[in-house]
Design a protein around this ligand. Structure first.
Ligand SMILES: [Zn+2]
Length: 447
């Protein structure tokens, strides 16, 4: 295949939170059978990303966001800061010399537009990597900061940074959940802020061309001719899992948000950088909801297909990856064409059936294991085809954990061939910047 060595006018980064290789391999089965492919699995170039961070072998979403957006590995739980800042340190979090900036800032500095789309709260760890600098990922609103650092702190919480920060205040598109993190309790019953602010009103007051929407209907009715910037907060916290939505929910799918975001961003002749996250694959896995995790992966795939259709691989680089893997295993000799979410046709030593998908650890241990009798319960009788079916875990933990194995990277468009091989996760934004002539290091334009 001839290499595309043109400059990438646009860069779209898709992040499947917690989408390890076992997850997207298993999700193919939901499309019909194991011969199917998710949209991004058809991209021409693939590589592997090594995800450990500065202090942990197995990473979290905050440190990995700093790696794949800002280009440096850092300490677990910290965002947009280098490893000189310890997690939850209320003093050093203010040291701006330790801040690292994301590719969204590099794009804005180059005159491009930038945006963030996610199915989690827009203040959650991965999207915050685009625009925030904090020593603690949980500082999503000021009451969380006050709980750790007292009321007399000078720290800007993540929601505040999204509305008023150097990068946040310039983002053209922000969509996801998390409304309650932006408003004080006294204005809104579910509000989580205690500083008397209504950041949504402040955003609207900045410009008559700043649009704010809360439902799919409002998003569809949006007049793009009078809209310069868009803030969509569709839920108080994370958006609903796709399997738990209906017409009443009135929330857009990740694909619908992606289409609208690209419609807005492509109006800039200079191009754009946008970060689009399938954020709840991870959250499904943490609760051992395998069905939800795989369905969220399929939704993620649909959004990428839409982006591919709306752009040209001539001038748009699309990079799809995950931040880290999960402790889910895809095993057990299932019969070809059988349901990946079902049991394996094989009798284990204890004669009790088992599933094709299992977790190394997680909260479901107690459901599937009788500690007194030292025996397993039959999971094929306990798993009934519901979204929130828990899948078996072999070790009891309150929340199933991330995995430390490499995650895949899929690339399409200008300089996509750079993304082959096995490399450190923090290389990714530098390669995207090289292709799109962003930042102050070597790029395809400076040669
Ligand atoms: Zn997680």
């Amino acid at each position: 295949m001839p290499k595309n060595n043109k400059m990438a006018k646009n860069v779209i980064m898709f992040l499947g939170d917690g989408m390890g290789i076992a997850t997207h391999s298993a999700a193919r089965n939901l499309l019909g059978d194991e011969e199917q492919s998710l949209s991004f699995e058809k991209f021409p170039y693939t590589g592997l990303s090594r995800t450990y961070n500065v202090n942990k072998i197995v990473s979290d979403s905050a440190s990995t966001a700093t790696a794949y957006l800002c280009g440096v590995k850092t300490n677990g739980g910290t965002i947009g800061v280098d490893a000189n800042i310890e997690r939850t340190d209320c003093n050093t979090t203010l040291n701006t010399k330790n801040y690292v900036h994301s590719i969204a800032k590099w794009a804005l500095d180059a005159g491009k537009s930038a945006g963030v789309v996610t199915t989690t709260r827009v203040t959650h760890a991965s999207p915050a990597g685009v625009y925030a600098h904090v020593a603690e990922r949980d500082w999503e609103n000021d009451s969380e900061v006050a709980a750790d650092c007292g009321n007399d702190n000078k720290i800007e919480d993540i929601a505040y940074q999204l509305i008023h920060g150097e990068v946040g205040s310039k983002l053209s598109v922000v969509m996801g959940g998390g409304k309650s993190y932006f408003v004080d309790k006294k204005f809104y019953k579910k509000g989580k802020r205690i500083d008397g602010r209504n950041l949504i009103d402040e955003y609207k007051a900045m410009s008559s061309k700043n649009a704010y929407v809360e439902t799919l209907d409002e998003l569809n009715r949006l007049n793009l001719n009078t809209t310069e910037r868009l803030l969509g907060l569709f839920k108080d916290s994370h958006m609903n899992y796709h399997l738990e939505t209906d017409a009443q929910t009135n929330q857009p799918t990740l694909e619908e948000m992606t289409r609208k975001a690209l419609e807005l961003l492509r109006r800039n002749d200079q191009g754009y950088f946008v970060f689009i996250e399938g954020g709840r694959i991870d959250q499904g896995h943490h609760k051992t909801y395998a069905r939800i995790a795989l369905d969220e992966t399929v939704e993620f795939s649909k959004a990428i297909q839409a982006a591919r259709e709306l752009t040209s691989e001539d001038d748009t680089l699309i990079v799809v990856t995950a931040d880290h893997s999960h402790a889910v295993s895809y095993s057990g000799y299932g019969t070809r064409g059988s349901d990946i979410l079902g049991g394996a046709p094989f009798t284990p030593n204890d004669k009790t059936p088992y599933m094709i998908l299992n977790y190394a650890n997680g909260p479901s241990f107690k459901i599937f294991y009788d500690v007194e009798k030292h025996e397993r319960h039959d999971p094929t009788k306990l798993i009934k085809g519901k979204p929130r079916d828990e899948y078996p875990a072999t070790l009891p933990l309150a929340s199933e954990t991330h995995g430390g194995d490499d995650v895949a990277v899929f690339a399409l468009g200008p300089w996509a061939h750079l993304f082959t091989g096995v490399y450190e996760q923090n290389t990714i934004p530098h390669m995207m910047a090289y292709a799109s002539c962003l930042g102050n290091r070597l790029t395809t334009c400076t040669q």
